[in-house]
Design a protein around this ligand. Structure first.
Ligand SMILES: Nc1nc2c(ncn2[C@@H]2O[C@H](COP(=O)(O)OP(=O)(O)OP(=O)(O)O)[C@@H](O)[C@H]2O)c(=O)[nH]1
Ligand SMILES: [Mg+2]
Length: 206
């Protein structure tokens, strides 16, 4: 953690009095794509993480071939908070990525206004399930490509591989960088406001 973010954590930024729009946002996606990393990087408060050390008991159950350095995994959810402007606060819930914890997602999605699907282009297929569930749920989402080392597919290739409709925003991000994660969340909020505006005034939609 850099010193700026550790200072921020010690200060425990209080929630502003003018904050009146609290939006519940879920960060979802496949195993080990960086969901916990994103919540940690961007949260104004010390995030709640439910990380457990991955043990040999998980061998053969968890596919860690693409995330060899990973030593812990989310077993319930991550929680963080970020104030986007004086009125808008996002409550962030990071979903657990392992298949055996997917049953928790249904509860996590309740009351969710929007979601970020984080993808690792080395394992795009791992994200299909998250996208299917969000579509089924009718929860608006955007997709963020978390850049890991090695060759990456272009955003156009990612859109095609995930069969994403043109209106779904697809952006790049570095889950370790606060500014990058904040930009992703701003993209989601703008998208959500666009949807709400179109619902209020359907005639104005092209
Ligand atoms: N190189 C690189 N490593 C990253 C990036 N984001 C996350 N990581 C690393 O990837 C690993 C997985 O990150 P997590 O944040 O635990 O992933 P997760 O999606 O929460 O994992 P689960 O909860 O187990 O599904 C960690 O070792 C991170 O340090 C990134 O943008 N680049
Ligand atoms: Mg996690």
């Amino acid at each position: 953690m850099d010193s700026a973010s550790s200072d921020r954590r010690t200060e425990r930024t209080p929630l502003g009095r003018s904050a009146e729009n609290g939006l519940k946002i879920v960060i979802t996606g496949g195993f080990g794509v960086g969901k916990t990393t994103l919540v940690r990087a961007v949260s104004d408060i010390r995030p709640l993480n439910t990380e457990e050390i991955m043990t040999r008991a998980g061998e053969g159950v968890d596919d860690i071939s693409a995330v060899r350095d990973k030593t812990s995994t989310t077993v319930a959810f991550d929680f963080g908070r970020i104030t986007l402007n004086e009125r808008t606060v996002l409550y962030l819930f990071g979903a657990p990525g392992q298949e055996r914890f997917w049953f928790l997602w249904e509860r996590l999605f309740i009351g969710t206004l929007g979601a970020v699907v984080l993808v690792d282009t080395r394992r795009l297929a791992d994200s299909w399930y998250a996208i299917d569930r969000l579509e089924q749920h009718g929860t608006p989402f955007i997709v963020a490509r978390n850049r890991f080392e090695g060759p990456a597919h272009t955003l156009e290739q990612v859109r095609e591989a995930l069969d994403l409709p043109g209106h779904v925003p697809l952006v790049d991000c570095d889950a370790r960088s606060r500014s990058s994660c904040k930009a992703v969340l701003l993209t989601l909020v703008k998208y959500l406001y666009g949807i709400a505006a179109a619902q209020q005034n359907p005639e104005a939609t092209p």
